[in-house]
Design a protein. Structure first.
Length: 396
């Protein structure tokens, strides 16, 4: 056993205290620098001046960071959009630096965009800002189709797990599961009054459901010989239109389930079928690379135009809210805009790196959205046909 002289122990303690002192001073300096890199922003309602949220931001923060922190601090509902007003009265943009001090905020209803993915989730986005709002997680397999209720309060999703689900937009939570199909549910659509839904399934049926509290199945539509890929209501809710891999579309009485008429002409599976807003036309999209427009007036259905500009399978077709334009999405990685009266191709939207599976107009007709196998959705200006936003977040 050895004993260290007192002077040695004293020198060791001195060196130890010196080392800890340097470490404390270093930590203090780092903390001081960190404090200088963080600043406070107070957000007030731009209309009435009420305090809305107080957040801390790092130097160099972007608008997306400000939105996220304010939503977190204030508990902003997903269906509400945040627009920030700077001290000079101008609205902040993605390129704007976030000033220190006080900002104004304007709360507006969002233009929601809903997407579904093979990763088993649906997602809600702000179509104007491109901001992700919420993920809807509950399905066990791929989400094949999504729909937003006419009043914007509810999202419906269709899945390969044989179910459709209803979700509350305000709470971003599951509300109801619709069970009854014996195979994958490939599409879902609301009636114009939001009281009913119709689903299409690879079990060769379409089903009509109540959108109310219990989600009862009112009617099963049977008659197709292969998978039913799509189903939708007419604008007045009296007719259901279905599309199938058996190369036909069928019109059904939505109350009795009686078959009204069958549309023949496509030489490949029909992936999508929709009504025009006035209910007088039907458009169909097919694996045969064509889009067909049918006149549906006074009970007679006649193909009046065949559109053949796509070089790949056509997955989706839709009218704008006025019926003056038609958009189609294809495996050739493009979406095309058409005049449904003349059949003229008005524009081609290109930019996706994979097949374009779906296309949809906003309710006001000013925006257009496309979804692709490249795992992105794109928002386009429906007047200039230029891409405004690319939405990324899905993993499959």
């Amino acid at each position: 056993r050895f004993a260290m002289p007192r002077s040695g122990r004293h020198r060791r303690r001195s060196r130890s205290r010196s080392k800890w002192g340097r470490r404390e001073r270093s930590q203090s300096a780092r903390q001081s620098r960190a404090n200088r890199d963080v600043y406070q922003v107070e957000v007030r309602n731009a209309i009435n001046g009420d305090a809305y949220a107080k957040v801390s931001l790092s130097r160099g923060a972007k608008l997306v960071d400000l939105r996220f922190q304010v939503r977190l601090a204030a508990g902003t509902p997903p269906h509400t959009s945040l627009r920030f007003i700077g001290p000079n009265g101008d609205e902040l943009t993605d390129a704007s630096p976030i000033p220190e001090g006080e900002l104004g905020v304007m709360l507006t209803s969002r233009q929601l965009l809903i997407s579904g993915s093979s990763d088993g989730t649906a997602a809600m986005w702000d179509a104007v800002t491109g901001e992700w709002c919420a993920s809807l997680i509950g399905h066990e397999l791929s989400v094949m189709g999504v729909a937003l209720s006419p009043d914007g309060s509810c999202v419906a999703s269709a899945s390969c797990d044989n179910t459709a689900m209803l979700w509350s937009v305000a709470r971003s939570r599951w509300r109801l599961t619709l069970r009854g199909h014996r195979s994958a549910v490939l599409s879902v659509s609301f009636s114009a009054d939001g009281s009913s839904l119709v689903t299409a399934s690879s079990d060769r049926t379409a089903r009509i459901w109540s959108a109310g509290s219990f989600g009862e199945c009112w009617l099963a539509l049977r008659g197709h010989k292969k998978d039913v890929s799509c189903a939708c209501f007419s604008p007045d809710g009296n007719i259901v239109l279905t599309a199938s891999e058996d190369c036909t579309s069928i019109l059904w009485n939505a109350t009795t389930g009686e078959r009204i008429d069958t549309l023949h002409g496509h030489t490949g599976a029909i992936n999508c079928a929709v009504f025009s807003p006035d209910g007088k036309k039907v458009a169909t999209a097919s694996r045969d690379r064509s889009v067909r427009i049918w006149d549906f007036d006074e009970g007679a259905v006649v193909c009046c135009r065949e559109l053949r500009e796509h070089t790949g399978e056509v997955f989706s077709v839709t009218f704008d809210s006025r019926g003056g334009r038609l958009a189609s999405a294809s495996a050739d990685r493009s979406a095309l805009i058409w005049d449904p009266t003349t059949g003229q191709c008005l524009a081609a939207l290109r930019g996706h790196a994979g097949k374009v599976f779906c296309v949809a107009f906003s309710a006001d007709g000013l925006l257009l959205a496309t979804a692709s196998s490249d795992l992105t959705a794109k928002v386009w200006d429906a007047r200039t046909y230029k891409c405004c936003r690319t939405l990324e977040g899905h993993t499959a």
